[in-house]
Design a protein around this ligand. Structure first.
Ligand SMILES: Nc1ncnc2c1ncn2[C@@H]1O[C@H](COP(=O)(O)OP(=O)(O)OP(=O)(O)O)[C@@H](O)[C@H]1O
Ligand SMILES: [Mg+2]
Length: 364
């Protein structure tokens, strides 16, 4: 049966109008749904401008409603998050409301993933895995389909941070088996940590590292994703470089702590991305200061302002700072990223605002 695109368009608008239920104002009439297009094959695209009060499930509901319309073969939603005051860059950029960027086909690996964002540093122990986990969960809570790949095959942390240590299932026919990612807090996860025995060291040399990671990307049944977050290993050596070249990144988020030694390493990290023409989205300063809960006094244990100074020196956006919070460390150990375990903490709010800004950048 063939469907006239105009008839299909009308059916879609009707379905989207009522999809949010009584809880939200009509998404079409209120102008949240924009630039709806349908092609002759039934491929649908539209932009969705979310508002701050919208429930996280709205994106899913609208996608589901569109997919359920007869004659629709695929649905792409270009989600635009509400601008958060904290994440707004100085001077204000202004959302390009309603713009649906042309699809950029990702050849081969991650063909069904719209955006890939790496979280990196150059330096170890600065909070890359913490930032990557929280970015992934914050975006999933806003209704996006999110994957998180632990590319740190020497010291994979993601299983612990998500409280996951099940073994992934292998699915599919013999000869074309795929590894099923695990899922926690709405994020699809893959880590070499899932495939190794607990006491088995991941002793691998450079070329092997790239091989394993390529396999991750090719043989994991990620499904369609709006965004893949990659938790990068520390350092700026060959392994990191070939990883950046293997995955077609939209950009990298660089994490630093405030002190000078850390910013030096991050500078080298930024250079590495620039050398392979990968865009650096901006700098996050982690462990920025500790507020004594009882007195409100702030201690800058690792110095102050290093991230912001580095961002301005390198003409990069400063994406925000995350304070030291014992809840962040506890959250990681308990398998619950901070945006889930302590959503009202300053750290969680900062991480959520950083996630919104990162999404804005890759979809702008
Ligand atoms: N803002 C914070 N407040 C308190 N603890 C934090 C904060 N950020 C990170 N941590 C803790 O610091 C430790 C290091 O963080 P994390 O593992 O994310 O760093 P990393 O850069 O990924 O390290 P590696 O280089 O080993 O991969 C973890 O125990 C984490 O829970
Ligand atoms: Mg890590």
């Amino acid at each position: 049966m063939s469907h006239d695109p105009e008839t299909l368009r009308r059916a879609l608008l009707a379905a989207l109008s009522s999809a949010g239920g009584d809880a939200v104002e009509d998404p079409v009439a209120s102008g949240r749904v924009q630039d709806l297009t349908v092609d002759a094959e039934g491929a649908v695209r539209f932009a969705l401008q979310l508002r701050a009060a919208d429930p996280g499930a709205l994106v899913k509901q609208l996608r589901g409603a569109a997919e359920a319309v007869e004659g629709v073969s695929s649905v792409k939603v270009n989600v635009q998050l509400p601008r958060t005051a904290q994440a707004a860059p100085a001077g204000g950029g202004g959302l390009k409301a309603g713009s649906v960027p042309a699809p950029t086909p990702r050849p081969g690996i991650l063909a069904d993933t719209d955006h890939v964002v790496a979280v990196s540093s150059g330096k170890g122990g600065v909070g890359k895995s913490m930032v990557a986990s929280n970015l992934a969960v914050a975006l999933a809570r806003r209704g996006l389909r999110v994957g998180l790949m632990d590319a740190d095959i020497y010291g994979p942390n993601i299983p612990l941070m998500f409280g996951q240590n099940d073994r992934p299932q292998v699915v599919g026919e013999k000869g074309s088996e795929m590894i099923q990612p695990l899922e926690a807090h709405g994020v699809k996860l893959m880590s070499l940590g899932f495939l190794l025995e607990e006491d088995q060291p991941a002793i691998m040399r450079g070329p092997l590292v790239t091989g394993v990671l390529k396999q991750f990307l090719e043989q994991v049944a990620w499904g369609a994703l709006d965004v893949m977050v990659v938790d990068m290993p520390p350092g700026t050596g060959d392994a990191q470089l070939s990883l950046v070249q293997t995955i077609d990144l939209d950009g990298a988020v660089m994490v630093t702590t405030p002190q000078k030694v850390a910013t030096g390493d991050v500078r080298r990290g930024v250079k590495m991305f620039e050398r392979v023409n990968a865009r650096v989205l901006g700098i996050v300063e982690n462990m920025s200061g500790f507020t004594v809960p009882s007195t409100g006094e702030v201690f800058h244990l690792f110095g102050q302002g290093g991230g912001e100074a580095l961002a301005s020196e390198l003409s990069l956006e400063f994406l925000g700072s995350v304070p030291i919070d014992p809840a962040v460390a506890a959250a990681g150990d308990a398998g619950q990223p901070t945006v889930v375990s302590a959503p009202d903490s300053d750290a969680a709010k900062a991480l959520d605002a950083i996630a919104a800004r990162v999404w804005e950048q890759v979809t702008a």
